[in-house]
Design a protein around this ligand. Structure first.
Ligand SMILES: CSC[C@H]1O[C@H](OP(=O)(O)O)[C@H](O)[C@@H]1O
Ligand SMILES: Nc1ncnc2[nH]cnc12
Length: 287
């Protein structure tokens, strides 16, 4: 039986066509409400769960999204691999709007307001995050993007800013001086929580604009982003359709055991409520 694939749709991707046996599922979590109901079903014979990150109708800012609930809900529904589809600004000339990037690194420019860990409340753990995305899933996404006919860039550094306002021009130039490739507001937070939930995480990033550094292009605007998304969302869906059949049933990557040596707390002092809240993620290590 194939493992369940989760898709988190970003700006412009609020539903996943082509799924069969669809159910809308409300999931309760110890971390509050996910962004919306999850859509469960099958895509080309593979079990799939879909969630729109900002909610249907795009109701939550990047800072307001309840990332912990979203990831926990995926885990609760049996998901083992998450594919994120996201709109990003390009920080490099060669990443033209309309191109796809499969990023492999992040730089954190969020401001510490987001809940980006399941740890706390009496339990401390530190997962490895040097390689923040699943290399195996990302390779499959790259191959699927090529097969779908996209112009796709393999690897790249995603700057995750807080938003919701876009960057100043000075910030945009600063990120370019870091050698970063793309900029968005959501994916790093998800990647951290996916790692803490022992889920693989990979990103299909659709370049929608040149942010505000490029002298020959208009500064980023929602209007321009939506136009590019509309023209390319079918491609993102095509990549997902391509990839589901290519993902092996069993995972052989390290993502599946990322919590094994992460907890530093004396397990005898973990409060009962914390233990209960984290049982789904950590129970097998806290016996
Ligand atoms: C609509 S422009 C800015 C918005 O788009 C990206 O969203 P997502 O990552 O969910 O596709 C970016 O991160 C911002 O949230
Ligand atoms: N230029 C940009 N900055 C931040 N997030 C984005 N999402 C799409 N384009 C973006």
């Amino acid at each position: 039986m194939a493992e369940v694939i989760g898709v988190i749709g970003g700006s412009g991707l609020y539903e996943m066509e082509g799924m069969t046996d669809i159910k809308q599922v409300t999931v309760d979590t110890p971390f509050g409400r996910p962004s919306d109901e999850y859509i469960t079903g099958m895509l080309d014979g593979v079990p799939m769960v879909f969630l729109p990150r900002h909610g249907k109708g795009h109701r939550f800012t990047p800072s307001e999204v309840n990332y912990r609930a979203n990831i926990y809900g995926m885990k609760k529904l049996g998901v083992t691999r998450i594919i994120s589809v996201s709109a990003v600004g390009s920080l490099q000339e060669e990443i033209v709007p309309g191109h796809i990037v499969i990023p492999d690194q992040f730089i954190d420019r969020t401001r510490g307001h987001r809940k980006d860990t399941f740890f706390g409340n009496g339990i401390v753990g530190h997962v490895q995050f040097a390689d923040p995305v699943c290399a195996e899933l990302s390779e499959k996404l790259y191959q699927a993007a090529q097969a779908a006919g996209a112009t796709v860039h393999k690897g790249g550094t995603y700057v995750c800013m807080e938003g919701p306002a876009f960057s100043t021009r000075a910030e945009s130039h600063l990120y370019r001086s870091f050698g970063a490739s793309i900029i968005g507001m959501t994916n790093l937070t998800e990647a951290k929580l996916a790692r803490e939930a022992e889920l693989c995480y990979g990103v299909i990033a659709l370049s929608t604009d040149y942010d505000c550094w490029h002298q020959a292009h208009e500064d980023v605007s929602v209007e321009a982003i939506i136009a590019i998304i509309k023209a390319n969302v079918a491609m993102a869906k095509q990549i997902i359709k391509q990839v589901v059949g290519q993902i092996p049933a069993e995972r052989s990557c390290p993502c599946a055991s990322s919590l094994q040596y992460a907890v530093i707390s004396d397990t005898s002092v973990i409060p009962v409520e914390t233990r209960e809240n984290l049982d789904l993620l950590l129970g097998k290590y806290l016996k």
